[in-house]
Design a protein around this ligand. Structure first.
Ligand SMILES: [Zn+2]
Length: 340
């Protein structure tokens, strides 16, 4: 393995860097639905590919409405890459409007999707092992379109797959060192089912949550009770939801606010989460920070229900799968209110 990484890193030194993307040498025009796909395409395609995401950093592809400029961009593209699994409900109409006759790549083709209420959960990129399939699909399409560069593209793809594997192994080690009962957090958008399944973390979406109006005292009280009964160790904001209510929620529960988790979009250029690998690392660090703080014995209002002597009982009362099935990923308007 080490030899393999060293070999790939050696090859990387003679391959174009990401900074070369700013050049005009790109011959293949690729449009992707959102930033994660653009980053993966950049990583493999380097200077030979120009990539444009339709939904930019911190955007929300669930509810995106294509613009006339998007129609023009798709009309000029050679390849359009989308996530699939129902993530981009607007894409077919856009392809029709642009009269697109190029190659459409569904990055999740071959991924075993989680199901929510009988529907596939589209957030498959939250598990780095799934992204190996994304990268393979994207890489194959680029190699097919640019046969003259297939050797270089293949090398870049292999390097990236190696980086994904290393990241996955590291996270597996880090999360497995956290007591199981501490791997339980509250989020505002249920985009982390795949991440939770990969690293045995319970993401408990808040029920009764809405950011469309000022929450009532009754709603806040109900949320506080839910958080305490579920034994969460922290509460996390996300980059596509309104943080207003979560701050109040954290104050009232005394839970640690773990900062942002990046779910459906990368951060703007220059930030750590502006790449896929950086995003996963940033999310993991945010989660581990809160879990380790609790593990180290800091006071938490939920300690009584999360001690290691009672984890099974607590887990049985709130199985992650059940929680997940009651919610679905919505959009910047917040979680559906299931309490009504
Ligand atoms: Zn989502």
């Amino acid at each position: 393995m080490r030899l393999c990484v060293a070999l790939l890193l050696g090859m990387m030194s003679v391959l174009p860097s990401r900074t070369a993307l700013a050049g005009d040498a790109a011959s293949l025009r690729v449009v992707t639905s959102f930033t994660v796909l653009s980053d993966l395409t950049h990583e493999i395609g380097a200077e030979w590919v120009s990539v444009q995401p339709l939904v930019g950093p911190d955007g929300d592809a669930h509810v995106y409405q294509p613009t006339p400029a998007d129609v023009r961009a798709v009309g000029k593209a050679h390849i359009v890459i989308l996530n699939g699994l129902g993530f981009e409900g607007w894409m077919n109409r856009l392809l029709d409007s642009a009269q697109f006759h190029g190659t459409v790549v569904v990055a999740t083709d071959g991924v075993i999707a989680r199901k929510v209420d009988g529907h596939p959960d589209p957030h498959a990129w939250q598990d780095p092992r799934n992204v190996r399939i994304y990268v393979t699909n994207i890489g194959n399409a680029l190699e097919h379109a640019l046969p003259a560069h297939s050797t270089q593209l293949e090398a870049r793809k292999a390097l990236y797959l190696e980086q994904l594997e290393q990241l996955d192994l590291r996270l597996r080690t880090e999360f497995s060192a956290i007591p199981e009962a501490r791997r339980r957090v509250i989020t505002t958008h249920d985009a982390f089912g795949y991440f939770g399944a990969a690293y045995a973390i319970e993401f408990l979406p808040v029920q009764g949550w809405t950011t469309e109006s000022e929450p009532s005292a009754a709603v806040v009280g109900r949320l506080v009770a839910q958080a305490k009964s579920r034994g969460a160790v922290g509460v996390f904001l996300e980059n596509v939801t309104d943080p207003r209510m979560m701050r109040q929620f954290a104050r009232d529960t005394g839970l640690i606010v773990g900062g942002r988790l990046y779910s459906d979009a990368l951060a703007p250029s220059g930030e750590a989460a502006s790449t896929y690998l950086g995003m996963i690392r940033a999310n993991a660090d945010a989660l581990l920070g809160v879990m380790r703080k609790n593990s180290a014995g800091h006071e938490s209002p939920t300690r009584g229900s999360t001690t290691q002597t009672r984890p099974d009982r607590s887990r049985r009362s709130v199985p992650a799968r059940t929680i997940y099935a009651r919610t679905r990923c919505l959009n910047q308007h917040g979680m559906r209110d299931y309490s009504q």
